[in-house]
Design a protein around this ligand. Structure first.
Ligand SMILES: [Zn+2]
Length: 895
């Protein structure tokens, strides 16, 4: 699955752990990103909900008839299974389903339900023999509006019935052995109205009239697969003219009005299918591949075997859309297609190893998309994402990559920045260390050994160890089992003493008892085994650093070294003052863009951890203000924005004065850079920098830019032709001081547009208005039922997240919780809880804790612990750094 907040939504405003973006191109700007960061150990013991091990399914035959107007469906089901021992009962998963009849080998049985365990048990008069049993069921269920199981999705002209089963919702559509290791084959048929079609995992083998106004579509038998990968989608879909790759037909489908937006995704899918066939050395196994945009969809996308579903904004793009929209679609398509091998053909044994699926797909999406479009510089986004993940993982409430998950709520909480970002980064580190060809061979060997079956973390790293003859198992097991981030501290010159030492890094280091516990844990645990690749003036050189062997041979007399070549290592670095001086001096000439992003990220993380002053960081950031690469500017301006909203983010007059002075410094430092670029830059990076500085200077109160932004917006609204790359940013800037009339016009645009990307951008502009009455209007609109529930929480989360709007939004959300909660789906509640992690005062912390204690949110336990931790960290950061910022501002008056 691809989460909605991954890469697609970039924060408009500082988020707890996200890279900041002052990038106000509203392409893909939503607050959500920030919200990823769930993860703490759940305190309540889980009630085990695993099925008994006696029955193993072999084959399902499903015939389903939805009644869309009545929001119900009826099904008949035959399950061929094997009993290991004689038994008079069979237990499987079933939820919100009424079973009308059940027989086993022809004998009638009775049904009892255990809704808490999401199970049904059939009891038969005599024990069934060990061996083959044929179970036949007739049942009915509901088509819900919660975006999970078999659910309804509405457009202006039709209602669709579609499925989303990962992780534990196939049981809402058909009684099943709904665990990933209980694989079986499937024969699926649906009887639907004549005007509708059905898309499922395999190709159609027959389509015959059923009644005068319905038809039955039957699909070819699937390979052995997990229940969570089954899909059936009913509605009036239209598909792009067919494409193909390596002999496999490929279609991109949507509701008919949007089929014109499918061409880009089709060309991406054609490319990736051939690429993966070659990369994995195993051919795509299904008879066809469909990619389908669903109007209401909770996640970003879902890798159903042969029938991948997407949120519309993650699949559909207009040719006119900007590069960021296309980059995003390419990477989501690459992610889901990688899952066809890694996840669908070979599946994790249980959800505790979810990272095997998601870490691999996260790493692969950028590799494959980057190979397709090197000009789009995915490697810079990877470096940026790594920085955010390291911050997420440097909190006390983080979790190890592999963690216990027994209940559906615990499983839902596994889909976090650790399973995706950290696992992906660790996989990338291993590939970089042992080399891409050896790594690829290990991937092939692993897949080939477990085709159509299940595997564990050990299977993966043992295959890599055997192929590479390197201790990949030691490296990966240390990163998969130990929570947190290593900090490597490099001492000044050897040979005397250890040149490098490791310890766990915390952004908000524990004190008192917590510190003692941590030190004890460090002393008794074995530490990480870390491939450290040194960059020097020569070729990079990798060495393993473990707690036992800390001897990294640093190049003697090298003018400088940098300890994280290509920014592929999963660790933070601390250097001696002389090393730092050498690296900073060589940063622009010797470090690649990803390395510079990592270097800046490390310096800011150490500052947050109290090892340095905000003033030193500002000196470094301003020294890089002329960097010709837009990603560096993005990174430094982003961090400066964090300094403004967190360290100088208080509500008193003194904090306001700090912000004003910091804004004056930004204007004085960056206006000359902006002016030097000129109004019409031609190269891509200069264009990006131009737009970025325009936005940053506007936010910092540059009057000329704010006037220009209002002028561009007025021209646009009065129907004049506006020829400017600055339109998006101008609207966003103008909205901050915008009035009701302007608000109404943006709202109308969002309601009229039929381009999903554009519609989302317009919706998010609504959150840019700072007038308290308009903040309330946006919150009311988000909870009015007029915004799809896949999107409504995003608007609320942004309003909570922004320093300028949260003072209105948080009291409103508390006072109107019933309306807010009515919009929530499986995971969006946790996202809203996470949004409060952007708060930064002791009073806010106690309100958040008491409010969510009284208003429990499903599958949000870790998110709440993490949010409270983030607030604590911000409070301490402000206490430590505010006086230092004030001193720096006094010493650096803007000219
Ligand atoms: Zn995924």
């Amino acid at each position: 699955m691809r989460l909605r907040w991954e890469s697609h939504f970039k924060a408009l405003n500082p988020a707890p752990e996200n890279r900041m973006t002052f990038r106000m191109t509203l392409r893909h700007a939503a607050a959500a990103t920030l919200l990823v960061l769930t993860a703490a150990f759940a305190a309540t013991p889980a009630q085990a909900q695993r099925l008994p091990s006696n029955a193993k399914p072999e084959h399902y035959a499903l015939a389903i008839t939805p009644n869309i107007p009545a929001a119900t469906f009826a099904g008949t089901e035959t399950i061929d299974l094997t009993l290991a021992a004689p038994s008079a009962t069979i237990t499987l998963n079933s939820l919100e389903i009424q079973i009308q009849s059940v027989t086993a080998n022809g004998a009638d049985g009775t049904v009892s339900y255990d809704p808490a365990k999401e199970q049904a048990t059939f009891t038969f008069p005599k024990p069934l023999p060990a061996g083959h049993v044929v179970l036949k069921l007739a049942y009915t269920g509901i088509l819900n509006d919660k975006l999970r199981g078999f659910y309804l999705s509405k457009t202006a002209t039709q209602t669709l019935a579609v499925t989303q089963f990962e992780s534990t919702d196939a049981r809402r559509a058909f009684p099943s052995f709904d665990e990933p290791a209980l694989k079986a084959t499937f024969d699926i048929s649906l009887t639907v109205p004549k005007a509708d079609t059905v898309i499922s995992n395999t190709n159609v083998v027959s389509d015959t009239p059923a009644t005068s106004d319905t038809h039955t579509m039957t699909f070819a038998r699937t390979p052995k697969m997990s229940t969570y990968l089954v899909a059936f989608l009913v509605g009036d879909f239209d598909c792009s003219s067919s494409g193909s790759a390596d002999g496999i037909p490929i279609r991109v489908c949507s509701t008919p009005d949007k089929v014109k937006l499918t061409h880009f995704a089709l060309s991406a899918a054609e490319h990736f299918l051939s690429y993966y066939d070659t990369y994995f050395g195993i051919k795509y196994p299904m008879p066809k591949l469909d990619l389908i945009a669903i109007p209401d969809f909770e996640a970003g996308a879902m890798e159903n075997f042969g029938a991948i579903t997407y949120r519309e904004t993650d699949l559909l793009v207009d040719d006119q859309d900007g590069i960021n929209a296309k980059k995003n679609v390419a990477s989501v398509v690459a992610h889901e297609m990688a899952h066809q091998w890694f996840g669908d053909m070979v599946t994790m044994q249980w959800w505790d190893n979810l990272w095997l699926n998601e870490g691999f797909a996260t790493w692969m999406q950028d590799k494959a998309a980057g190979e397709w479009h090197p000009d789009w510089h995915y490697e810079q986004g990877v470096a940026d994402d790594l920085d955010g993940t390291l911050n997420t993982d440097a909190s006390r409430t983080t979790r190890p990559i592999r963690a216990t998950a027994d209940t559906p709520a615990q499983i839902a909480e596994m889909f976090d920045g650790i399973a995706y970002g950290k696992a992906g980064a660790v996989i990338g580190m291993v590939e970089h260390w042992i080399g891409p060809d050896v790594f690829r061979q290990g991937v092939h060997n692993y897949l080939a050994a477990h085709l159509y079956a299940n595997a564990t973390a050990e299977d993966f790293w043992n295959a890599q160890t055997a192929t590479s003859h390197q201790p990949v198992d030691k490296v990966m097991s240390s990163f998969v089992e130990k929570p947190g981030v290593p900090l490597l501290t490099f001492a000044d010159q050897q040979p005397a003493g250890d040149p490098v030492s490791q310890k766990r890094f915390f952004l908000d280091p524990p004190t008192g008892a917590g510190k003692r516990d941590e030190e004890q844990a460090t002393n008794t645990s074995r530490g990480w085994v870390i491939p450290v690749c040194l960059k020097t003036s020569g070729a990079p050189k990798c060495e393993l650093v473990s707690a036992d062997t800390a001897a990294v041979q640093m190049p003697a007399a090298a003018p400088f070294f940098y300890a994280n070549a290509d920014d592929k290592g999963y660790f933070r670095t601390a250097y001696s003052p002389s090393q730092l001086k050498a690296i900073s001096a060589a940063a622009e000439t010797q470090l690649s863009v990803p390395e510079r992003i990592g270097y800046i990220g490390d310096r800011w993380a150490l500052t947050r951890a109290g090892q340095g002053s905000v003033g030193d960081f500002l000196d470094l950031a301003l020294a890089l203000k002329q960097d010709p690469n837009s990603a560096i500017l993005d990174s430094t301006l982003g961090t400066i924005n964090q300094i403004r909203s967190r360290i100088a983010g208080g509500s008193d007059a003194i904090s306001q004065d700090d912000r004003d002075k910091l804004d004056a410094v930004i204007r004085a430092q960056y206006e000359p850079v902006y002016n030097a670029i000129g109004p019409k830059p031609t190269n891509f990076d200069a264009q990006q920098i131009h737009t970025e500085l325009y936005g940053a200077l506007g936010e910092a109160g540059d009057q000329a830019i704010l006037t220009q932004a209002r002028q561009i917006t007025d021209d646009l609204l009065s129907g004049k032709k506006v020829d400017s790359d600055l339109v998006d940013v101008s609207i966003a800037l103008a909205a901050t001081t915008g009035d009701t009339d302007f608000y109404d016009r943006i709202l109308a645009v969002s309601q009229r547009s039929t381009d999903p990307n554009f519609q989302m951008e317009a919706l998010q502009i609504l959150t840019r208005f700072r007038d308290p009455a308009l903040v309330v209007r946006t919150l009311e609109y988000a909870t009015s039922g007029q915004v799809r529930n896949q999107d409504s929480w995003i608007l609320i989360a942004i309003e909570l997240n922004q320093r300028e709007t949260r003072g209105v939004a948080w009291p409103w959300v508390q006072a109107h919780w019933d309306k807010v909660a009515a919009q929530l789906t499986t995971s969006s509640g946790a996202q809203l809880v996470s949004a409060t992690g952007a708060f930064c005062s002791v009073e806010d912390r106690s309100q958040v804790a008491s409010f969510f204690a009284a208003h429990k949110v499903e599958a949000a336990e870790r998110s709440l612990a993490k949010a409270l931790d983030a607030i604590d960290a911000c409070v301490r950061l402000r206490q430590t750094q505010e006086p230092k910022l004030r001193a720096w501002l006094a010493a650096h008056p803007a000219q």
